[in-house]
Design a protein around this ligand. Structure first.
Ligand code: PMP
Length: 284
């Protein structure tokens, strides 16, 4: 049965509760992680929890638990949950001590939950639509802070994409260049070179960084640059990366006045395989 740890106490998920006046429920500002468990082992646990604590620092949280305490708590939740493959969601949030936008009385809480994960996107043939919502400027919200505040836009963009019959939405950044999807980073392939946006207004995902490392070890050139939506039909391949999604191949992007079609999956599927091998080697 799935378990949730809250501030040092373990509950069955059904019994894990928060107060109706929880600050982060009303005003967002919770910071969180998404960690995938394979073979009862959390993949890149330390990297995810380090990002969690960095996100918390960016929003002024004082967290009472250390990195190693959070690691131990995560491992306990995985063990008690008993699923060999699952998704772990650590969340740091402000409590219910005040209804104000900020009050020094507000306590910091830490929750770690494990749930069975339904498949995120198909291995290939995923379609995207360009969203009219954009990722905000770095001085509107710190882009490397994985906080609930950023996900309101993603929720609406994904709802619109699903209603349009596609798998996800591709968002542009505030300057008008391609940024990322609602839950994944994006890569394109042209003449066997990888082209990916500069993560200056969106999350520089852990999977993205791993894929860049794998590509370099395979001597594939990786170019980080501004990408205009109008260039998308000229690329050979497109794929998405993220912890839950892993590496997912895209076959179509719907633009305002055109469609980009990708019928090749050569480089994307090779990286998909290498990523899987890495998981298998680290989570034995
Ligand atoms: N961008 C967004 C908006 C995401 O939610 C995610 C998933 N965490 C990513 C990118 C990919 O990040 P990661 O590879 O660290 O999971």
């Amino acid at each position: 049965m799935s378990h949730t740890w809250i501030n040092g106490q373990l509950f069955h998920n059904e019994q894990a509760q928060v107060h109706a006046l929880t600050h982060s429920l009303h005003y967002s500002g919770a910071v969180f992680e998404g960690i995938k468990v394979y073979n009862k082992k959390a993949f890149r646990l330390e990297q995810h929890l380090t990002r969690l604590l960095d996100s918390a620092k960016l929003l002024g949280y004082e967290v009472a638990f250390s990195l190693s305490e959070l690691q131990a708590a995560t491992e306990l939740v995985i063990k008690e949950t008993g699923l060999s493959e699952c998704y772990v969601r650590p969340l740091i949030y402000r409590g219910h001590e005040s209804i104000g936008i900020y009050d020094s009385k507000l306590k910091t809480n830490v929750m770690i939950s494990a749930v069975a994960l339904s498949k995120v996107l198909k291995p290939q043939d995923n379609s995207l639509i360009i969203s009219s919502w954009v990722r905000p400027a770095p001085n509107a919200f710190p882009p490397q802070c994985k906080a609930s505040s950023g996900y309101g836009i993603g929720t609406v963009a994904l709802k619109n994409a699903m209603e349009a019959g596609v798998d996800d939405a591709l968002l542009l950044g505030w300057q008008g260049y391609v940024a990322e999807t609602t839950r994944c980073n994006v890569f394109f392939v042209k003449d066997k070179k990888l082209i990916t946006p500069i993560p200056d207004c969106f999350l520089n995902g852990i999977t993205r960084q791993i894929i860049i490392g794998i590509a370099s070890s395979l001597e594939l050139e990786v170019i980080e640059r501004n990408i205009n939506a109008s260039e998308l039909p000229t690329f050979d391949e497109c794929f998405l990366t993220g912890t839950a999604a892993e590496v997912k191949l895209v076959n179509k992007i719907i633009l305002d006045n055109a469609e980009a079609h990708y019928s090749q999956y050569t480089v994307g599927s090779m990286l998909q395989e290498h990523y899987r091998k890495l998981i298998n080697s680290e989570c034995q």
